[in-house]
Design a protein around this ligand. Structure first.
Ligand code: C5J
Length: 223
C-alpha cells in the first residue's frame, strides 16, 4: 500500500506522506450538531452541520486504513468553569449559558453527554482526543506536543464550524509550520455563506493559510 499520495487541492495539488500526516477532526460533538446543545442555545439551526458527517466518516475510514494518526478535538470546559473565561460565559443572550443544565447535560461541560463526539464518528481507543477550552485546538492543549511526538508535518483538517474552530485551528497550525489541507465538504457552518468564505480565506493568495480539497480528492489520494 502506498505510504503517501497527491491530493488534488486548491490552490495547487499537494503530496503528503501519511506517516507525517494526521487527520484532525474538529469538535464533531453533540453540543454543536444536535438540538438542545451549545450551538442551538446560541440561536443556530443545527441541521446545517449534518452535511459534514458522511464525508468525514468516509475520510476517517480511509485514514484508519492508511494507519495515519487520527486526532479528535472537543471544545468544552471543566465542571467548575475554571477554564472558561467570564468573557466567553457571559456574552450574548443564549437560551442557556455554558454550564447550565440542558437536555444533554450541562452545556459545553466535559463529561456531559452533549460534550461527547457524535456516535457516527466516535474515536477508537487508539486515537487521540484533545479537550480544548478555546476555539483553536493549540491553545491550552497538548496538541502541539502530540504532533511533535509523532513527527507530524501535515494536517488534514475537517469538522465544525468552518469559520470558527476550523479556521482558528488552521491559522494556529499554519503559524507553527504545519501544512494544512482542509476538507471542504468535511466542514460545515451554521451560516453557509461563512462556510464558503471561510474556505476561500484559507486558499486565497497562493494558499495563505493552507490548501482546500474535497473529500473525494482526499479519498482518491488515499487509495
Ligand atoms: C463554535 C466551534 N462555533 N467548534 N465552536 O462555537 O466552531
Amino acid at each position: 500500500k502506498p505510504t503517501g499520495g497527491v491530493i488534488s487541492a486548491e490552490p495547487e495539488p499537494i503530496r503528503l506522506d501519511w506517516p507525517a500526516t494526521a487527520l484532525l477532526i474538529i469538535d464533531m460533538q453533540r453540543d454543536f450538531l444536535e438540538p438542545g446543545g451549545f450551538g442551538e442555545t446560541l440561536g443556530n439551526d443545527v441541521s446545517q452541520l449534518g452535511r459534514a458527517v458522511k464525508p468525514i466518516g468516509a475520510v476517517l475510514k480511509a485514514a484508519r486504513g492508511t494507519g495515519m494518526l487520527v486526532i479528535h478535538t472537543r471544545e468544552g470546559h471543566l465542571p467548575d468553569l475554571s477554564d472558561a473565561p467570564p468573557a466567553k460565559v457571559e456574552r450574548g443572550a443564549p437560551s442557556l449559558r455554558i454550564g447550565d443544565p440542558g437536555p444533554m447535560g450541562r452545556i459545553l461541560i466535559r463529561g456531559e453527554a452533549g460534550h461527547d463526539i457524535i456516535p457516527e464518528l466516535y474515536p477508537l481507543d487508539s486515537e487521540i482526543v484533545i479537550d480544548k477550552p478555546g476555539k483553536g485546538a493549540f491553545y491550552a492543549t497538548e496538541l502541539g506536543n502530540a504532533l511533535e511526538k509523532y513527527g507530524i508535518e501535515n494536517l488534514l483538517v475537517c469538522g465544525v464550524t468552518t469559520e470558527v474552530c476550523v479556521n482558528t485551528t488552521v491559522r494556529e497550525a499554519n503559524d507553527r509550520g504545519y501544512r494544512c489541507v482542509v476538507i471542504s465538504d468535511g466542514c460545515a457552518s451554521y451560516f453557509p455563506e461563512f462556510h464558503e468564505m471561510g474556505l476561500k480565506m484559507i486558499k486565497a493568495q497562493g494558499g495563505i493559510f493552507g490548501w482546500v480539497a474535497s473529500s473525494a480528492a482526499v479519498l482518491e489520494a488515499m487509495k
